[in-house]
Structure formats: structure tokens, C-alpha cells
Design a protein around this ligand. Sequence first.
Ligand code: NDP
Length: 245
Amino acid sequence: MMGIEGKVVAITGASSGIGEATALHLAERGATLVLGARRADRLEALRNSIVSRGGTACFIVTDVTRRQDVDGLVALAVEKFGKLDVLVSNAGIAPISPLDALRVEDWEAMIDVNVKGVLYGIAAALPLFRRQGFGHFINTLSTAGIKIVPTMAVYAGSKNAVRTITEALRQEAGPLLRVTGISPGYVDTELPSSMTDPAMRAQGEASMKATAIPASAIADAIAFAIAQPSNVDVGEIVLRPTAQG
Ligand code: NDP
């Protein structure tokens, strides 16, 4: 199947930022959305907004650090709509800090959400995609993994772990499945709210205000990858503000 219309797309981290913008954009183009994140009120509002515009969507509370939750998100797509065309593993957090600060709990949280969350997505969807004979994994990476800077060691490391896993998945996927990594630069979202160090959060918010591009730009890129013919696999898209160094 080519294009976006009629595709069933599950998104983790759909309650704000890039995930929310992507859900709205894809719904406008005729996709059916299965929305996952932890904040039920935000998911419900998004589902209602999509439905009020004539789209189709459902949601389930999903914490990507819990494998059974991610299994449940994929299962909901099949239960409600009979298939899953695309899994966008987008949930992520960025509680950045210098390594000297030894914020070990933050390191663990980034590994749990940013890395294990994506692996749980693969574990949930890969067997289904094999059975179906089609399926598209889209994983959210970051330019933080391309230009490595102080304070982002663990965040960038988590994103580069996913970059590596995504490329290996692409090679193992075979001719029927598609695998895409999306690497955004500064995007105007709620991501600084996941920064637990107040100084880092203030800095993150300032950088975002100064240079960020809207989440809709990333939604467009994700839509581009999905809309390609089934034998065209978009490997990685890097997009950042022109003002980002
Ligand atoms: P937001 O904070 O706006 O969105 C993050 C989303 O992830 C929210 O929907 C949040 O929902 C969800 N999330 C966080 N923890 C969990 C969890 N344990 N289980 C399920 N969902 C979770 O930020 P962005 O939109 O910017 O982030 C989306 C992705 O883009 C992330 O992977 C981020 O690393 C990446 N990215 C962002 C950039 C930016 O500049 N904004 C740049 C490069 C990459 P909830 O709290 O309801 O669970």
C-alpha cells in the first residue's frame, strides 16, 4: 500500500510535541491513529480533536518502560483496526547534565525510555509485521547524536544506541519491511520539562526559544517517509533549524 490514507499508525509519546503534531498531520491525510503516552487526559483531548475533524483515532495509556504497555498499544491497533502499518517509537526524555553531576537516576531513566522503550516497540511489532508481510518502523533519534556536546553524553548515547539498532533492524528487516530514523534538531516542544536540573531546563528553554522549528516540520518529514512507495525505504532524515550550529 502506497501513501498515507488508510494506514494504521501507532505513535508512542503522542501526548505532546512531535508525537502530537505527527498524529494530527497524519490524521488529516487519512491515516488511522493509535495513540500512546502516559497522560490519559492529553491523549483523550487529542483523540477527540482528531475525531471532531472527521478522523479516526483511539488511545491507550502506554508507559514505554513497561513492555506489556507497548505490547498493548500494538495489540490495540490489531484489535480495533485489524492491522498495524507503522509504529512511530517517538517517546523520549532529555534530563541532561554534566557527567560530574552523577545524576545516575536520570541516566537510567533515559536508557529506560529512549532505548528500552524503542526495543519494546520492536519486540511488540516485529512478529506482527512478519506475519502481515508489511510494516514500517519509525524511530525518533536526534542531532544530539550527530554533534556531541557536553551535558548530552547519556542523552546522545541513548539516541545513538537507537540509531545503531535502527540500522541493524533495517538490514535484518528484509525486502518487505521499512525502517526509518528521524533526527530532529531543536524543535519547539515540551521536552525541556523532562530536564530535572533547573539550570539545564532554563538553558534548554532558552535554546528552544532562540532557534527551534515547529513540531509540524518533523511531522512533515515522518509523513514523507510513510508516503513513499512500499519498496522505497527512507533510511534517515536529519532536519534542524538553519540557526542551529
Ligand atoms: P515532548 O516532551 O513534547 O514529548 C515527549 C513525549 O514522550 C510526550 O508525549 C511524553 O508523554 C512521552 N513520554 C515520556 N516518557 C514516556 C514514557 N515513559 N512512556 C511513554 N511516553 C513517554 O518532547 P518532543 O516532542 O520533543 O519529544 C519527542 C521525541 O523527539 C523524543 O524522543 C525526543 O528525544 C526527540 N527529540 C526532540 C528534540 C527537540 O528539540 N524537541 C530534538 C531531537 C529529538 P507523557 O508524559 O504523557 O508520557
